[in-house]
Design a protein around this ligand. Sequence first.
Ligand code: NAD
Length: 278
Amino acid sequence: MNAFADRIALITGGARGQGRAHAVALAELGADIVICDRCADSPVVAYPLATPADMAETVRLVEERGRRCIALQADTGDRAAMDAVVTRGVAEFGRIDIAIANAGVSAAASLPRISSELWDEVVSTNLTGVFNTIAAVVPAMTAAGYGRIITVSSMMGRSAAPGMAAYSATKWGVIGLTKAAALELAPHGITANVVAPGNISTPMVHNEALYARMRPDLDNPGRDDVEPIFATLHAQPVAFLEPEEVTRAVLFLADEKSAHITGTVMPVDAGAAARVTA
Ligand code: NAD
């Protein structure tokens, strides 16, 4: 039952959504948790990001399961901030065994309308942020001779869609970065793998801005109005998956017994990956 007993897991973007689901599941299975989240909106991201209250709720859910939780406000795009998160986690808990580079932002905008500010935001959070997370944890994991790194790409990391150029570019980048990390870290007992979610029911997809973009023909479109469009992105006839479905893949890759699975991409996308070769 306690597959992760006394393991220490760092989860970026852990205040809500998939990050919270991973934190709660790992705590349920015995891990202590370090989460960080920026807990502030971005002037160029069209939907609200997490709040300090969201982060407090993740802490409550972890502690309710009898585990410890350190929660820090930090932007993954800031390397010094990520170094400080890891330093604090190692100082209090002794190590970081598992790192889940989950923080991300979505930006739906057609190519000519992607401002430099929007491009920089998406690259900073989705790609540089993953690099900063890996760079921050690798020294401690190398010293311990053990680590499980899981990065979060997307089905848009192996395909593309109109309006998703910046997002897709960063999510393809996450896969290249993770494969390089897997090779470099192979001698040190550290694995690095990617999960690639499809449409997951979190505030990243359930927000007015994205609904309006997907149904410009309607005033105030709701979930029912966008479901058929989201469903076309999957192969199975389902529009949205639950965060806990991604957690199952994360737990598998984070397990000590997954020692010789590294450099892989695991889709959780209702069959969308069957359409791509890479
Ligand atoms: P979400 O918006 O609910 O969660 C993302 C979290 O990251 C939020 O708490 C946000 O505050 C935080 N965050 C954003 N920028 C940050 C930064 N620079 N530093 C620290 N924290 C930051 O969405 P989610 O669905 O839980 O997203 C989790 C991951 O899954 C993201 O990488 C996302 O790109 C990816 N993903 C999501 C979907 C989907 O359909 N929801 C699909 C494929 C991939």
